[in-house]
Ligand binder design. Structure first.
Ligand code: RIB
Ligand code: CA
Length: 315
């Protein structure tokens, strides 16, 4: 039976790629999208989630609108220089005829998890605010969620939002610290691996060659995103963030992992948003009584990229 997942997302060019990758994978049953600020404001994330499902021909999948701000401070603002003013590479899609469901993202997550205990995997690929709010609403979801496979964080590599912190975690460190500390099975697919998953120019060009509505949309939105990577990382291609979390669900043997408790820097200083695994032999007080998190440390980039492209080809 296909694995039921809820993708919590801030679409976002790489979010769109990840959503399509999941929808093209028969092992996965996407039972809903929940939206969050990050690459764009939450209202645009919701509009984009609906538009992406229209493109995919999946208007049956519900979208639930999420939090507009982080737990502790106002949202710092979107990143149009990465994802475009519209979050989709400035292609300005028409609005969807559909609307979000009449439930918040947190309510939707709680209702679904409690209705299907032990069956649902949460896949957050944006800031973790909705997940923390769902835990606040119903702490028992920690026992009844199958797994949380999230894109975010940096264990031993630099950040991308700041020299210390990865963007999703930096956008709501307080929420991330709650999620890493709850008694459930969390997998962190962070920059330690995603900055080593590289889609080169020819892989990117493959999207246009495959020629279905989803790959055509990705081909249209990638040039803006790719320019960001060229300008900032000097690469002729892109790093694969959110799709790496989908790949973990499909084939965890693509990754090497370690298991350690994780704390998040919630200070309002230069380290804000840094994820700190207890890496040494000692587990000092701030990490004690916290569950081990599965942290991805290495990845087979070529095999992951081929898996994603094959799924988009329908193989
Ligand atoms: O740091 C990469 C993450 O930040 C990805 O989820 C990307 O979509 C942005 O949200
Ligand atoms: Ca994202």
């Amino acid at each position: 039976m296909a694995q039921k997942i809820i993708i919590d997302t801030d679409p976002g060019v790489d979010d769109a790629m990840a959503i399509f990758f999941a929808l093209r994978s028969p092992e996965l049953d996407v039972i809903g999208l929940t939206t969050i600020f990050g690459n764009v404001h939450t209202h645009l994330a919701t509009v984009n989630a609906l538009r992406l499902l229209d493109i995919a021909g999946r208007p049956d999948i519900p979208v639930a609108h999420g939090a507009d701000d982080p737990l502790a401070v106002p949202f710092g603002g979107p990143v149009p220089f990465v994802h475009g003013d519209d979050g989709q590479g400035n292609v300005n899609l028409p609005p969807s005829p559909r609307k979000a469901v009449n439930q918040s993202a947190a309510q939707f997550i709680v209702e679904q998890v409690m209705a299907h205990p032990g069956e649902i995997t949460l896949v957050p690929v944006g800031p973790l605010t909705n997940i923390a709010l769902a835990l606040r609403l119903e702490p028992r979801i920690a026992q009844h969620t199958k797994q949380v496979v999230l894109m975010g964080g940096n264990a031993i590599v630099p950040g991308n939002a700041t020299p210390c912190a990865e963007a999703n975690i930096h956008n709501d460190p307080e929420a991330a610290d709650v999620v890493f500390g709850a008694p459930w099975d969390v997998v962190m697919v962070g920059l330690d691996v995603t900055h080593n998953v590289y889609m080169e120019a020819d892989d990117v060009a493959e999207y246009a060659r495959i020629g279905n509505p989803m790959t055509e949309h990705v081909a249209a939105i990638l040039p803006h995103y790719r320019k960001y990577f060229g300008d900032n990382y000097g690469i002729d291609g892109i790093y694969v963030h959110d799709s790496s979390a989908i790949a973990y669900l499909l084939d965890p043997t693509l990754f090497e992992t370690i298991r350690r408790p994780v704390r998040v820097d919630c200070t309002h200083d230069i380290g804000r948003g840094k994820t700190w695994p207890a890496l040494g032999e000692r587990v000092d007080a701030p990490w004690q009584n916290r569950p081990d998190v599965t942290i991805c440390t290495k990845v087979d980039s070529q095999r992951l990229v081929q898996l994603e492209l094959n799924r988009m080809r329908g193989v």
